[in-house]
Design a protein around this ligand. Structure first.
Ligand SMILES: Nc1nc2c(ncn2[C@@H]2O[C@H](COP(=O)(O)OP(=O)(O)OP(=O)(O)O)[C@@H](O)[C@H]2O)c(=O)[nH]1
Length: 392
């Protein structure tokens, strides 16, 4: 009988008005008939009075009917106008969205029931091609790896009756893959669950995000991974070496007399040398090895699964390579440089990233002390950290 917020349904409101009308009309007829019969005893006059009374009743009820109908029709017209205006505003809004608005079924195809015109710019498909899976389903555009995650996220948001927010990859009609961001809500439509929301192209944001993540782990001058990332990778490699009972070698690499390059040729020339050395080292290691820049002219190489002999060989190879090559500076001058290397092995010279780096760094210092341009293996005492020794 009652609708939400205490309002009566149209049926009960109409019934109520009609009942009031019947009571009022019945009371008026009875009361006015009695009064007329009492006042007008002459039958002819009484008959005329009854006629005028009837006419008055019809005129008054017609007046009420007119007022009620006029009010209702005016209100209908107003509502119609407001609805049309809202519809127009909504259409403008949807057509100018930087993505597409949709309404779809919660099925494995994400069958689209409505898609705004922005669909064409976003996916390359016209709305009618996606609606009711006429040409293909929306699900078929989604990267299969992401689709499983989307399904579980939406299922969870339905249970929790909350809006969902998703990021996934979509393949456009031209074959280009883009990142999109979607926000939507599940609504009940009769016995069906319908999803309504918007999908926006998020590729630029994703690209910047990836660029920033990449910048956070790289040294801007050489493009090599930085100290923090190297430390993370070393810890990861140590865990792997521990799990599979394998070796792992670390080589601490330091340019010899690098200060002289800066002093004689300028800081820019020094930068060129650092870039040249980074490239040379990167080109000379295996694909599983990693080189990082951990300080001014200091580099660290990680050699996973290398035993003592292999690690010493690899380090020696790098030393020779650098000493046999020269770097040409911007002023045309060729400079020859050497490197000193300290090698430490997991688990022989340390069980943690810190211990290994201290051992390798210390061995590198011994290489410097012994005349530079050489490879020195860490000693058994290396893992004890001397004061002032640097760590990754
Ligand atoms: N051009 C340039 N120089 C740098 C950079 N970072 C550190 N340096 C320089 O690297 C030099 C390091 O000097 P030292 O620590 O004395 O080392 P070295 O001259 O190589 O001497 P040894 O290591 O003892 O052989 C300093 O002159 C720093 O200014 C950099 O990013 N660019």
């Amino acid at each position: 009988m009652k609708e939400a917020r205490g309002h009566y349904t149209p049926f009960w409101r109409t019934l109520w008005i009609v009942l009031v009308y019947l009571l009022a009309a019945g009371a008026w007829i009875t009361w006015s008939d009695n009064l007329a019969e009492r006042w007008f005893t002459d039958p002819h006059t009484l008959s005329r009075v009854q006629t005028w009374k009837g006419a008055l009743f019809v005129a008054v009820t017609a007046g009420f009917l007119f007022a009620a109908l006029y009010r209702q029709l005016r209100r209908d017209r107003l509502v119609e106008r407001v609805l049309k205006e809202r519809e127009r505003q909504l259409a403008t809004l949807m057509d100018n969205l930087p993505g597409m608005a949709y309404r779809c079924l919660n099925d494995r195809h994400w069958t689209m029931k409505f898609v705004s015109s922005g669909c064409y710019e976003l996916t390359g498909y016209r709305p009618d091609e996606l609606q009711d899976n006429q040409l293909l389903s929306y699900a078929s555009l989604i990267d299969p790896e992401d689709n499983a995650l989307i399904q579980s996220n939406i299922a969870e948001s339905i249970v929790q009756q909350q809006a969902f927010s998703l990021e996934y990859r979509l393949t456009r009609k031209d074959g280009r893959q883009i990142w999109v961001w979607e926000r939507g809500l599940a609504v009940e439509d009769g016995s069906e669950t319908i999803l309504e929301g918007i999908v926006l192209d998020n590729s630029e944001h994703k690209r910047l995000e990836q660029e920033l993540a990449e910048q956070a782990i790289r040294d801007p001058l050489t493009g090599l991974i930085n100290r923090r990332e190297l430390s993370r990778l070393l810890n990861e490699e140590i865990r792997r070496a521990e799990r599979y009972g394998r070796h792992l070698a670390v080589a601490w690499i330091d340019l010899d007399h690098f200060k002289r390059v800066n002093d004689h040729h300028g800081h820019a020339a020094g930068d060129t040398v650092l870039q040249w050395l980074s490239q040379l080292l990167t080109d000379s290691i295996r694909s599983v090895d990693v080189i990082g820049r951990v300080g001014g002219e200091e580099f660290v190489a990680l050699f996973p699964e290398m035993d003592l002999e292999e690690a010493m060989e690899a380090a020696e190879r790098l030393r020779k390579l650098v000493s046999h090559q020269g770097v040409t500076l911007a002023d045309g001058l060729e400079v020859r440089l050497t490197i000193s290397l300290g090698v430490a092995l997991y688990p022989d010279h340390g069980g943690t990233a810190e211990e290994l780096c201290i051992a390798a760094d210390r061995a590198m210092y011994r290489a410097k002390e012994s005349g530079r341009n050489r490879v020195v293996l860490a000693g058994p005492e290396s893992s004890a950290a001397p004061a002032g020794m640097r760590e990754v």
